[in-house]
Design a protein around this ligand. Structure first.
Ligand code: ZN
Length: 265
């Protein structure tokens, strides 16, 4: 394995605990946490380089951007900016990579112990279900990439996010840098310990993946995606899209045969 895609999020970074203070676009300390998140990404890059991976593309996945470009280390390249072009347009670029990892991930909306648990929009979305099963951002990402044969082989972040990944993907290696105590608090490792574990975990994950490849995540279709909002007004907006079915006041449903056309509706 020579080419690896790193997808990032912010809320699963050690030390972070609050949407309004740390993660939102207007958060007072957002830049500090962008630097902490970037340092964790750099630890993952160091781990990859140590085992001979040099083509590394880092994709900033946190809504209002979650990385600090100046700190990012070689040999990674950085895909950034908002609005990010639609996934469809990125596909030709990203599908070139052999495997993917996620750094800084949180658990899905509704996981009680998970610090900052949410799926996509913490203030808007109650939950998302695919074929009746609640899913979070990990499943969305892994299924989307899995559709073209790309496996998610490593994830770091919050402990509940690690368990979520393991429940989806057999053989995925995970590193927890933070344990949630509830929506608003957590126990984090120190900065140095978090980075050490990510670097070592990534090295180990590549070794294991080379010996026994992790399989791409694929669920059998056809697909039914249900998105439930906290407020009817958000369902009103989404229900205007082509193919949308209104289930009830707060819920909108989409159907499809192609997971890539359904999973991020
Ligand atoms: Zn997220």
């Amino acid at each position: 394995m020579k080419r690896v895609l790193i997808f990032t999020d912010l809320e699963g970074t050690a030390g972070i605990s609050s949407f309004p203070n740390h993660a939102a676009l207007d958060a007072k300390y957002l830049d500090r946490f962008r630097r902490l998140a970037t340092a964790e990404v750099n630890a993952a890059i160091e781990g990859l380089v140590a085992v001979g991976v040099e083509d590394i593309l880092v994709v900033d996945g946190h809504g209002p951007e979650g990385l600090w470009y100046e700190d990012l280390i070689e040999p990674a390249k950085f895909l950034h900016g908002r609005p990010l072009v639609p996934w469809k347009m990125l596909d030709s670029l990203l599908d070139e990579y052999e495997a993917c990892a996620i750094i800084g991930q949180h658990a899905m909306a509704g996981v009680r112990s998970s610090n900052m648990n949410h799926t996509q929009d913490p203030y808007g979305i109650d939950h998302i279900k695919l074929n009746g099963k609640p899913i979070g951002e990990i499943a969305q990402f892994a299924l989307y990439r899995g559709a073209k044969g790309m496996p998610l082989f490593f994830l770091s972040g919050e402990e509940d996010a690690c368990r979520e990944a393991e429940s989806l993907i057999s053989g995925v290696q995970t590193v927890a840098v933070k344990k949630g105590l509830g929506g608003g608090s957590a126990i984090s490792l120190t900065i140095t310990e978090a980075r050490r574990r990510i670097r070592q975990g990534m090295e180990q994950a590549v070794h294991l993946h080379r010996n026994q490849p992790v399989k791409p995540l694929v669920w059998p279709g056809p697909y039914v995606l249900e998105k439930r909002f906290f407020h009817t007004i958000d369902a009103d907006t989404l229900a205007n899209q082509i193919g949308a079915e209104r289930v009830d006041g707060q819920t909108v449903r989409f159907r499809g045969e192609n997971i890539r056309e359904v999973i991020y509706r």
